[in-house]
Design a binder for this molecule. Structure first.
Ligand SMILES: Cc1cc2nc3c(=O)[nH]c(=O)nc-3n(C[C@H](O)[C@H](O)[C@H](O)COP(=O)(O)OP(=O)(O)OC[C@H]3O[C@@H](n4cnc5c(N)ncnc54)[C@H](O)[C@@H]3O)c2cc1C
Ligand code: SF4
Ligand code: SF4
Length: 413
C-alpha cells in the first residue's frame, strides 16, 4: 500500500460496517497523509463526487486552484500549466491542503463524525447524529417575514452577532438585476457583519452559492470569528478540515449553520425553462420556494407553480451523487419541511448548537415547538435523507451508505 493511502484495509475487517470504519479511521490516523491535488482530481472531481463546495480552493496555500462559476461548472480546476491539469508541483513537494479540506475525499464522513461527536453514525442515523429536532420561528415579525421559512437562520446570525459569538457570517447575497433593477437571481457569496446585511441575505436561492469563497473577503476585513451558512455539502467542510488538521484557514469558522438540501439547479434553468417555456423573466421574480412544486412569485403579484419533474433536467451536476440531505455536520441544520410554512425545521446537532438555541428560546428571541408535534416532517426528513444517501455510488467509500438496504439483496416481487 502507498504511504498515506487511507483506503488501506485492516486485515481484521469485520462484518460490522461501523466497527470496520473505526478500524480504517485508526489505520488512516496512523499513516502519514500524502494525498494532494492529483488524488483529489482523480478520486473526487473526475468521478463526479465533487459538490463544488470550494473548500479545496480556499484551503490551497499556493492559490493554484481556480473555481468555475459558470453554468455547468461549479468545480475547482488547477491554474498552473507545469504538470497539466491533473497534477500539482506543490503537491509533489508535499502540500496536502486540498485533500485535507475536501468533504468528499475518502473517509470524510467518518472523520467529521468522529471529530464533531466523538463517535460514528449508526445505521439508524441516516439523517446524521443529532441531539434534538424542533420547529422554530423568529419572534420578530420582520425577521420571520424576511426568512425563507421561520427566519431562524437570520435570527441566529443576528443573535450570535449581538452576543459576541461571531463577528461576521459567510452568506449568499443576490446580484442586482440589469441597471440595478430587481435581482438577477444569481447568488453571490459574501460577508454579513451588520443586522442590515444579515437581513439582506435572508431567503433561499435554488442555484449554487459557494459561500466558503467569501472567507478571504472576511479575513481581509479583519473578521476572525465567522459563521458559515451553507448547503449540506458546505457544512461538512469545516469539521473535515479540523479533523484533518488543514491549518489556519479553518480556524476562523467557529459556527456552522447548514441548510437541508436535495439538490440545487443549474443557472440555465432560468433561461431554458422559466423564460423559454413559461415566459417568466428572472428580473421580475420576487420570491421562490420549493414545496412539492417550484413556486415563483412575480413583481406584478402573479404566482406560478412548476412541476418539479420538469425541473429535474437542470439539476446541477455536483448534486447528482450527494448523499447528505440533512446537513449532517452543521451545529444546527435548518429546513423547510413541515406542515407550517413559516416555521423552520431545526436539527440541533452539537453542544454549541444546543447552547445557542436554548439561550435564544429562554430570551424569547425565537418560538419553538417539539419536532414531534409534526411527525410527518420527521418522517419526511428521514425519507429524504435515505433518498439522498442512496445516490452515493456503490463504487465509492462504502461507509457513507450505512443504513441503506444492501443493494446486492434484491427485494422480492
Ligand atoms: C438550494 C436550497 C435547497 C434547499 N432544499 C431544501 C429541501 O429540499 N428541504 C428543506 O426542508 N429545506 C431546504 N432548503 C432550506 C430552506 O429553503 C431554508 O433555507 C431553511 O429552512 C432556513 O430557512 P430560514 O427562514 O430559517 O432561513 P433564512 O433566515 O431565510 O436564511 C437563509 C440563509 O441561507 C443563505 N442562503 C440562501 N440561499 C443559499 C444558497 N443557495 N446557498 C448557500 N446559502 C444560501 C442566505 O444567505 C441566508 O443566510 C434549501 C435551501 C436552499 C438554499
Ligand atoms: S467537493 Fe469541494 S473540496 Fe472536494 S474537490 Fe469538490 S470543491 Fe473541492
Ligand atoms: S444536493 Fe445540496 S448539499 Fe448536496 S451537493 Fe447539491 S447543493 Fe450540495
Amino acid at each position: 500500500m502507498a504511504d498515506g493511502d487511507d483506503t488501506a484495509r485492516s486485515t481484521t475487517t469485520t462484518t460490522d460496517p461501523v466497527a470496520d470504519l473505526e478500524q480504517r479511521l485508526a489505520d488512516t490516523a496512523a499513516t502519514r497523509w500524502t494525498n494532494q491535488w492529483a488524488e483529489l482530481k482523480a478520486e473526487v472531481v473526475d468521478t463526479g463526487l465533487c459538490t463544488g463546495c470550494a473548500a479545496c480552493v480556499i484551503a490551497c496555500p499556493h492559490d493554484v486552484l481556480g473555481y468555475d462559476h459558470e453554468s455547468g461548472g461549479y468545480h475547482p480546476y488547477h491554474l498552473e500549466d507545469e504538470l497539466g491539469p491533473d497534477d500539482c508541483i506543490h503537491g509533489q513537494k508535499g502540500c496536502t491542503a486540498c485533500t485535507r479540506a475536501c468533504a468528499r475525499f475518502r473517509l470524510w464522513e467518518g472523520q467529521a463524525d468522529d471529530h464533531l461527536f466523538g463517535r460514528l453514525r449508526r445505521p439508524d442515523e441516516v439523517a446524521g447524529i443529532y441531539h434534538d429536532v424542533l420547529l422554530t420561528r423568529a419572534s420578530d415579525d420582520a425577521v420571520n417575514a424576511a426568512g425563507q421559512d421561520g427566519g431562524l437562520v437570520s435570527a441566529i446570525l443576528l443573535w450570535a452577532l449581538e452576543h459576541d459569538y461571531i463577528d461576521a457570517a459567510l452568506v449568499s447575497y443576490l446580484e442586482a438585476g440589469e441597471g440595478g433593477a430587481g435581482s438577477s437571481w444569481r447568488p453571490k457569496p459574501g460577508v454579513a457583519s451588520t443586522p442590515e446585511q444579515i437581513l439582506a441575505a435572508a431567503g433561499s436561492r435554488y442555484t449554487y452559492s459557494a459561500n466558503t469563497l467569501a472567507l478571504d473577503e472576511a479575513i481581509e476585513a479583519g473578521f476572525s470569528r465567522l459563521a458559515l451558512v451553507g448547503m449540506s455539502c458546505q457544512s461538512s467542510a469545516p469539521p473535515v478540515m479540523w479533523s484533518r488538521k488543514v491549518g489556519k484557514i479553518s480556524k476562523p469558522i467557529v459556527f456552522n449553520l447548514g441548510l437541508l438540501c436535495s439538490k440545487t439547479f443549474d443557472d440555465a434553468i432560468f433561461e431554458e425553462l422559466f423564460w423559454a417555456k413559461y415566459g417568466l423573466a428572472r428580473q421580475h421574480m420576487v420570491k421562490m420556494n420549493i414545496k412539492g412544486v417550484f413556486q415563483i412569485w412575480m413583481d406584478d403579484g402573479a404566482y406560478h407553480e412548476i412541476n418539479l419533474k420538469e425541473c429535474h433536467a437542470w439539476t446541477r451536476e455536483g448534486c447528482m451523487y450527494c448523499p447528505d440531505f440533512a446537513a449532517e455536520h452543521a451545529d444546527i441544520s435548518c429546513g423547510g419541511i413541515g406542515e407550517n410554512s413559516d416555521w423552520t425545521l431545526t436539527i440541533v446537532r452539537t453542544d454549541l448548537g444546543r447552547e445557542i438555541i436554548s439561550r435564544m428560546i429562554d430570551q424569547g428571541v425565537i418560538e419553538s415547538k417539539p419536532g414531534d408535534s409534526d411527525p410527518g416532517a420527521i418522517a419526511l426528513m428521514r425519507k429524504l435523507a435515505e433518498k439522498s444517501r442512496a445516490r452515493w455510488p456503490t463504487s465509492a467509500e462504502p461507509a457513507v451508505r450505512v443504513g441503506l438496504p444492501d443493494p446486492s439483496v434484491r427485494s422480492k416481487g
